[in-house]
Design a protein around this ligand. Structure first.
Ligand SMILES: *Cc1c(COP(=O)(O)O)cnc(C)c1O
Length: 356
């Protein structure tokens, strides 16, 4: 797919578009190719590409929610999602509750007549909790609400929420879909074409669209999604094996572990368990910070899903904005995004970082 670096398109006559395009905020062929690809990957009716995952979330929420409405979000939502609700949407009169989604009774209890959406992440960031998409769809639909699933951590290669009952899938394409830590982007995929139309109207009206070069880079990344995900998952399993046996590690969070409380559901709704692993280090925050500091093959950085392995301290980095809130993460927590490097190099690096 070429990069259509154009803002405007010659018209065939007044009121007659050439090739269906008139202005690139409204539509651009490179972006359209990515949008079609996203809809196909997620088995939805329509895909929409945005400048970032947060732009996709904001456009979605200002399409489906109005003042007085209510949304249920995960008890350990992505920090940026929590911040969007807590600092921006509440000012516009949209209320929310953060509920642990693995507790279906708590979700049922949190639903109100004004609830327009249940917002799920699975696996969650950074604690890798699993939400039962099928069960949440039943709860949401039972009260006329939509089920939105942020599928960033799994990617459509491992999990396709629309087939399990979700109405909207959200992606930060910055992560596994782009896959090379070289582009920021977001996407929405919807099951209902009418909601797709409404979102396209808001996408054009609000204007936080993906540019053609960003769309092209994301499409290029997607070509290798399958082989990358296979390697991410295989490497993560080796890393989990090392961490669970290591005396300096107090707890490992990975949905592939049989003792993980969401393991059974993950087995049903995912084809493998992904490349994200979190763990708690014995010795508290200081010990966790030291592990992040000492890692060499794992780059100390935010974000995830790229071919390079990353390590970070959620409490001080990605999730700093949740400090003092019910979503605060443990201070001894370390999150890693396991890349596609040689597994032995990754194991040796983690060993030296934990052993010292
Ligand atoms: C990164 C991320 C986002 C936000 O996406 P951006 O592309 O950074 O704006 C949303 N949800 C999850 C789960 C993420 O990891």
């Amino acid at each position: 797919m070429p990069i259509y670096a154009t803002s405007t398109y010659r018209q065939d006559g007044v009121g007659g578009m050439r090739g269906g395009y008139e202005y690139s905020r409204t539509g651009n062929p490179t972006r359209a190719a990515l949008e079609e690809c996203m809809a196909a990957l997620e088995a939805g009716a329509r895909g929409l590409a945005f400048a970032s995952g947060m732009a996709a979330e904001d456009t979605l929420l200002r399409t489906i929610a109005k003042p007085g409405d209510h949304v249920i979000i995960p008890g350990d939502a992505y920090g940026g999602t929590f911040r969007l609700f807590a600092k921006v949407l509440t000012r516009w009169g949209v209320d929310f509750d953060a509920v642990p989604l693995s507790d279906l009774a708590a979700v049922r209890e949190a639903v109100r007549p004004e609830t327009v959406a249940v917002w799920a992440e699975t696996p969650t960031n950074p604690l890798l909790n699993i939400a039962d998409i099928d069960a949440l769809a039943e709860i949401a639909h039972g009260s006329g609400a939509l089920l939105v699933v942020d599928n960033t951590f799994a990617s459509p290669y491992l999990q396709r929420p629309i087939g399990l009952g979700a109405d909207v899938v959200v992606h930060s394409t910055t992560k596994y879909l782009g896959g090379h830590s070289d582009v920021v982007g977001g996407a929405l995929v919807v099951a209902d074409p009418a909601l797709g139309e409404q979102l396209a109207f808001h996408q054009n009206t609000m204007g936080a669209t993906a540019g053609p070069f960003d769309a092209w880079l994301t499409l290029r990344g997607i070509k290798t999604l399958g082989v990358r995900m296979d390697r991410h998952c295989a490497n993560a399993e080796r890393v989990v094996e090392l961490l669970t046996a290591h005396p300096a590690v107090a707890q490992v969070y990975y949905p592939g572990l049989a003792e993980h409380p969401g393991h059974k559901i993950a087995e049903q709704q995912m084809s493998a368990f992904g490349g994200m692993v979190s763990f708690r280090v014995r010795g508290g925050e200081e010990a966790a910070l030291k592990v992040c500091d000492r890692a060499r093959v794992f780059t100390l950085a935010e974000s995830l899903g790229g071919v390079e392995s990353l390590i970070e301290h959620p409490g001080r980095m990605t999730h700093a904005s949740t400090a003092g809130s019910p979503l605060e993460v443990p201070a001894d927590l370390v999150r890693i995004s396991v890349g596609i490097e040689a597994a032995d190099d990754l194991l040796a690096d983690l060993s030296q970082a934990l052993d010292a």
